[in-house]
Every structure is written in structure tokens, then in C-alpha cells.
Design a protein around this ligand. Structure first.
Ligand code: NAD
Ligand code: DAU
Length: 370
């Protein structure tokens, strides 16, 4: 019989949201074993503040490796798995979907199956305490029109990219393990996160760094696609609330109630970098905005109805978008070393590949489509 302890097995804890979660969990006194493959998106530097802390253990490895997952569960006997590991960038999923199916679908399956086997060996009390928390996305629900109500937990799935389809597939597997095996799973579907440690292939950090360096700011399509932004620490707080008190088998939608059109986010970043960064001659950075060819299958609008998680578990976001964005810009301005460490040759190759072939679409202010 295995006696689970307070340790969490976290997957993908060296990525953006995972590292914010691990840092906050350990800071609050918890223990974590972090299983992360350190793909291009994972960075052990994110967890440098935990170096030498015996509450934190790092294991470099693949969630698709069933033997490894099995051995970690037996060795560390966690009371929960918190599963962040994924291929997470929509544009990469369009260029090369294979890795998304492997990690997001196959990897989630391996974790579920090993969790099921492990839980069978737990004593009764520990079996009741065990949780498998799957971190997922609003993108499984597809795209909203301007006047549609926000996504709720019963909105039918309609994924439109290989990324969102792979996450939808993983969500279905998680659901099936509850209904078939009674594995006590929890699924969180969250809206767009922003904040420290986000890899600069995603909209907000990419725009901050390009603006800082006076490079073009590539806005896809007409710039009017809408995302519902949530500061990463608020997402981590929601995950903690669901882990503690969420009902097994349930899904919780998490969002910031902060819908913004992309162009408004980018102009806000320009103004903040003008204010907080070094001057770029006399020209305001808004002049760097360049409309480029749209993302294929680009979802128009996401919005989350988070009334279930706030009603049942009392979670609410505390950071306003404007103050969170200001903090985020400051973080990137103050962490040049981190920025340099992630902008490797492979990163530059990706940027070249993704943007070189996107024809310029319309320069801001001209109104002409080229
Ligand atoms: P990320 O890309 O920054 O990090 C992913 C992490 O997973 C990296 O550390 C990477 O090394 C690791 N990883 C990838 N493949 C692995 C494998 N096979 N085995 C072990 N580790 C592997 O991602 P993120 O933005 O932090 O997102 C984390 C999770 O949250 C994902 O599941 C994502 O779908 C979900 N999510 C993200 C957002 C967002 O806005 N970023 C919003 C909602 C949900
Ligand atoms: O909604 C949750 C999802 O948010 C997560 O599940 C994903 O893991 C995460 O990557 C994010 O997906 P998006 O595609 O919404 O995020 P991204 O930062 O790539 O793009 C945000 C918006 O900005 C989107 O409408 C596309 C647009 N965009 C993006 C980039 C990188 C641009 O206009 N220009 C760009 O260069």
C-alpha cells in the first residue's frame, strides 16, 4: 500500500504558467516534483529561485515515457498530478502539428493511465484524496461572434487549430477516465494568460521586445480578433482553488473578464514601452505597427464565463488588465538576461519562418490593403 504525501507531481513546470505555479506553490510551503522535457519552451532558469531548496525536485523527461512516469509516482507518492506540459503555440501547430498530437494527446493518455495504476495501489484514504488536474484552454470551444455569450462549461467543443483539437482530444480522454475508471480528475479551461516568463513567441512578450528594439509589430489580419486576458498569477490561484475544493469529474472555466482586441493590446504596449523604456528617437512606437497576413483559421473572439468557479470556489481575478500589463512590461524591461537566454538560434529560426512569409497586409494609417 502506498501512502500519498503532500507532494505534487507537476508536468511542464519549466514553462510559462507551470513555472509561475511551481514558484508560488513552493513559496507557500508545498513540495513539487517537476517533470519537464525542456523543449524550446521550457527553461530551467525560470526556477532558479528554488535552487538548493529541498522542497523542489526537477526531473528532465518526457510525459510520453510511461516507465519514467510510473517510477516517479512510486518514488515520490504525490497526492496530485497537475498537468501543464503541452505544445502550446497555435502558429507552430499550423506549421508542424505532429508534436502537438504526440505530447498533448498521447502524453496526457500516458499520464492518465499511470495515474490510474498508481491510484489503485493507494490506501483507501489516500485514494480518496488523489487528484489529476488537467490544465486546458478556452480554445476547445472554438470562436465566438461579437454578440455571442461567453463560453461556459457546457458550450459544445469546436476546435479550429491542430493545437486546440489536440487539447480538446486530451480533455475528452480526461473526462473518459473519470466516467470509465472513476479517476478523480479536474479540468480547467482558461483564457489567454500573460505575465512573467512567457516565451516571446506569444503576442504580448513578442510585442514588448519588438517595441523595445524598434522592430515592426506584426498584427495578424485586421487586428480586431478579441482575447480574454488573465494575469498568470490569477490563473495559478484558480488552479489552487480547483485543486483544493473542485469536484472530481468537473470542468471549471477560468477567465479574466478582460476582453481586448489585439490592436488595442498592441497600442497599449507601445505606449507603455514609450513611457518606461528608452526613447526611440522622437517617434512614438505606435508607428511600428504593421498589419500582416492573417493566421489560417484564426478564431475571432474568445470570452470565458467564469461564474461556476467564482460561485462554487470563490475565485476571482485580482489583477486588472492595465496594471497587469504595466507589471509585465516592467518585468521584460528588467529581465534582459532571461530574454537573451531564451532567444536562441532556434528561436530566431522560428521568428524568421513565421514572419518572413507573411506578406505585409496594410500599414497602419494608410487604410490600403497591399
Ligand atoms: P509553455 O509552452 O510555456 O510550456 C510548456 C512546458 O511543457 C515547457 O516547459 C515544455 O518544456 C514542457 N513540455 C512540452 N512537451 C513536453 C513533454 N513531452 N514532456 C514533458 N514536458 C514537456 O506553455 P504554457 O503557456 O505555460 O501553457 C501551459 C498549459 O496551459 C498548456 O497545457 C496550455 O495548453 C495551457 N494553457 C495555456 C494558456 C496560455 O495563455 N498560455 C491558456 C490556457 C491554457
Ligand atoms: O486562449 C488560450 C490560449 O491562448 C492558450 O491555450 C494558448 O496556449 C496560448 O498560446 C494562447 O493562444 P493564442 O493563439 O490566443 O495566443 P497568441 O499569443 O499566439 O495570439 C494572441 C492573439 O494575437 C491571436 O489573436 C493572434 C494574434 N497575434 C499573435 C502573434 C504571435 C498577432 O496578431 N501577431 C502575432 O505576432
Amino acid at each position: 500500500m502506498i501512502r500519498a504525501n503532500e507532494t505534487l507531481l507537476v508536468t511542464g513546470g519549466a514553462g510559462f504558467i507551470g513555472s509561475n505555479f511551481v514558484l508560488s506553490w513552493v513559496k507557500a510551503g508545498g513540495r513539487v516534483v517537476n517533470l519537464d522535457l525542456l523543449t524550446y519552451a521550457g527553461n530551467a532558469l525560470n526556477l532558479a529561485p528554488l535552487e538548493g531548496d529541498d522542497r523542489y525536485t526537477f526531473v528532465r523527461g518526457d510525459i510520453c515515457d510511461a516507465e519514467l512516469v510510473n517510477s516517479l509516482l512510486r518514488r515520490y507518492q504525490p497526492r496530485a498530478i497537475v498537468h501543464f506540459a503541452a505544445e502550446s503555440h497555435v502558429d507552430r501547430s499550423i506549421v508542424a502539428p505532429d508534436a502537438f498530437i504526440r505530447t498533448n494527446v498521447q502524453g496526457t493518455f500516458v499520464l492518465l493511465e499511470q495515474a490510474r495504476l498508481y491510484r489503485q495501489e493507494l490506501g483507501e484514504a489516500y485514494r480518496a484524496m488523489f487528484r489529476f488536474l488537467h490544465v486546458s484552454t478556452d480554445e476547445v470551444y472554438g470562436s465566438l461572434a461579437a454578440d455571442d455569450p461567453a463560453f461556459c462549461e457546457t458550450t459544445p467543443y469546436a476546435p479550429n487549430s491542430p493545437y486546440s483539437a489536440s487539447k480538446a482530444g486530451s480533455n475528452h480522454l480526461v473526462r473518459a477516465y473519470f466516467h470509465t475508471y472513476r479517476l478523480p480528475v479536474l479540468t480547467t479551461n482558461c483564457s489567454n494568460n500573460y505575465g512573467p516568463y512567457q516565451f516571446p513567441e506569444k503576442l504580448i512578450p513578442l510585442m514588448i521586445l519588438n517595441a523595445l528594439e524598434g522592430k515592426p509589430l506584426p498584427v495578424y489580419g485586421d487586428g480586431k480578433n478579441v482575447r480574454d486576458w488573465l494575469y498568470v498569477e490569477d490563473h495559478c490561484a484558480a488552479i489552487r482553488a480547483v485543486l483544493e475544493n473542485g469536484r472530481p469529474g468537473e470542468t471549471y472555466n477560468i477567465g479574466g473578464s478582460s476582453e481586448r482586441a489585439n490592436i488595442d493590446v498592441v497600442t497599449a504596449i507601445c505606449d507603455l514601452v514609450d513611457e518606461m523604456g528608452p526613447a526611440l528617437g522622437a517617434a512614438p512606437r505606435r508607428g511600428l505597427i504593421t498589419y500582416v497576413q492573417d493566421r489560417p483559421g484564426h478564431d475571432r473572439r474568445y470570452a470565458m464565463d467564469a461564474s461556476k468557479v467564482s460561485g462554487e470556489l470563490g475565485w476571482r481575478p485580482v489583477e486588472a488588465f492595465e496594471s497587469g500589463l504595466r507589471k509585465t512590461v516592467r518585468w521584460y524591461l528588467e529581465h534582459g538576461e532571461w530574454v537573451n537566454s531564451v532567444r536562441t538560434g532556434a528561436y530566431r529560426e522560428w521568428i524568421e519562418k513565421n514572419y518572413a512569409e507573411r506578406a505585409e497586409y496594410r500599414q497602419q494609417g494608410t487604410g490600403n490593403r497591399t
